[in-house]
Write a protein that binds this ligand. Structure first.
Ligand code: ATP
Ligand code: MN
Length: 475
């Protein structure tokens, strides 16, 4: 039985065996209290060793970090911290841990824990984060399955460099010290494994669209790679993205889906991860105590999640957003680092102003200038904007980017050429607009940004098990 289950049992002196890692050991010769955690829950189970029921040699090996199996009777706890505890009769030590074990029971900095990513799972914080991450992944699959979407696995290795979503990692088996060359001196990718230049995918969208234009409703959920050298708290070189794509959806439907989807999976976490969220909420409160009053968030973690679930997102166009920014005190007093004018790609500071200061709730911005958005977005009649939508969240900025897709063959080909892509490279994508084209729309949600929001963690490196960032790929 896992600790999560044992903790819910009615204690009738039944024999149980608890297997897990020792968090703390305290007490004197007469009674020793051992707190054990097996990762199934944030809560530890307490084992009590009385007198000399366990020989001294064994008990000495039971230290913070050691892995043990403790057998004994499950009894009602006299202490206040827990309902039940184990009256230890037998202890088997699977693996010892001496005092150099880094996860000693005290507060460690997130930076320190990142360097110990192989052991940080054994802290309360990371246990909570990864249980919530699991719950969110499960909720995502459940949401789409319940709504009749099909999970499509799009390729990780791709030959289309047409996405333009970011810098790509090359995939090759060529000898990089001595690659084969063409007559003109370029690398001869015809000799490469796939007979062409290939990279790791930056998005499954283009392939997702092919699926949607037959299965109607699909979603992808897979690893995504961007070789962008941006060392921010919101960017990873390897992250997971969820990309639904739906035939017969227009921009409005797409917004409604995005909103309902995010609210639904957050609601799932609220219902199923209450203990872990309560722990993280307390943790965040303590962390914010060190901040000046005006930098503390007005809502607690759970209040913030409830707020997102219960309130409609604000919908407005990019042009309306620019007007708000231009009229803002921050702009007039030159508080923005980057200038504001129609046509700019909104910076994080602008997005956060709209969300955190102006509307004080999640915002969906639509109809961005075509020049700053991808070629595949459906062009508006005004010739200036496209049917894009970005969902902006407090503390995070962009959490979702999506659009209605261009479904007109001629318009799409013209745009492809304008942005300098050879239509030959994505002939298969373009062909779907020749054969039974349909209005369709979709979006991409960065999974780690969602986990970041739900857990209240502040750095994206702390919500993925083994982060990949510039100059860092240990573990
Ligand atoms: P940003 O402006 O924040 O870099 P983007 O415009 O590059 O995002 P998209 O190409 O629209 O993002 O990707 C869709 C979603 O994937 C984003 O809304 C975000 O949630 C997530 N995302 C994008 N880049 C990263 C990254 N490097 N690390 C983690 N998540 C990312
Ligand atoms: Mn980006």
């Amino acid at each position: 039985m896992q600790i999560k289950e044992i903790l819910t049992q009615t204690p009738v002196q039944q024999e149980v065996t608890v297997k897990g890692w020792v968090r703390t050991k305290r007490g004197q010769a007469a009674v020793t209290f051992i707190a054990i955690n097996d990762g199934s829950t944030i809560h530890n189970i307490q084992a009590v060793v009385e007198g000399n029921t366990i020989n001294e040699e064994t008990l000495k090996l039971v230290t913070t970090g050691a892995c043990v199996a403790i057998t004994g009777k499950l009894i009602a706890s006299v202490g206040s911290g827990q309902a039940v505890e184990v009256q230890a009769e037998k202890i088997e030590v699977y693996g010892t841990a001496d005092e150099t074990f880094p996860m000693q029971p005290k507060r460690h900095s997130m930076e320190f824990l990142r360097e110990k990513a192989h052991l940080r799972f054994r802290t309360n914080t990371f246990g909570a984060v990864f249980r919530i991450r699991h719950a969110l992944a499960f909720a995502i699959h459940k949401y789409f399955n319940d709504k009749g979407f099909f999970y499509l696995h799009t390729p990780i290795i791709t030959a289309s460099d047409a996405e333009g979503a970011g810098e790509m990692f090359h995939v090759t088996t060529l000898d990089i010290k001595n690659p084969p060359k063409t007559e003109t001196g370029d690398i001869d990718y015809k000799e490469d494994f796939f007979g062409r230049e290939t990279s790791l995918t930056v998005s499954g969208q283009l392939e997702g669209e092919l699926g949607a234009l037959a299965l109607s409703k699909i979603y992808t959920f897979g690893p995504t790679f961007r070789a962008e050298n941006s060392n921010t708290t919101r960017h990873l070189a390897e992250f997971w993205m969820i990309e639904p794509e739906v035939a017969f959806y227009e921009l409005e439907d797409n917004m409604t889906l995005a909103e309902d989807f995010v609210q639904n999976v957050i609601q799932y976490a609220l219902e199923n991860c209450a203990d872990d969220l309560a722990f993280l909420e307390k943790r965040l409160l303590e962390e914010e105590k060190n901040k000046p009053q005006n930098e503390r968030s007005p809502m607690s973690l759970i209040e913030k999640l409830r707020f997102v679930v219960d309130n409609q997102f604000e919908r407005l166009t990019y042009t309306e957003a620019i007007d708000i920014l231009l009229k803002s005190k921050a702009h007039k007093e030159k508080k923005f680092q980057y200038p504001v004018e129609w046509g700019i790609d909104l910076q994080s500071e602008h997005e956060r102003y709209l969300v955190e200061k102006h509307f004080k709730k999640p915002v969906i911005l639509t109809n961005y200038p075509r020049e700053i958005k991808a070629f595949y977005m459906k062009q508006d009649a005004d010739g200036k904007t496209v049917r894009a939508m970005d969902v902006l969240f407090p503390g995070i900025g962009e959490i979702i980017g999506g659009s209605q897709r261009e479904d007109d063959y001629e318009k799409l080909v013209t745009r492809v050429k304008e942005v300098g892509i050879d239509p030959e490279n994505i002939w298969w994508y373009l062909e779907t607009r020749k054969f039974g084209s349909a209005p369709h729309a979709g979006f991409g949600l960065g999974f780690e940004r969602l986990v970041l929001f739900v857990t209240g963690m502040t750095n994206i490196r702390d919500v993925i098990a083994f982060p990949r960032t510039p100059k860092s790929a240990e573990f």
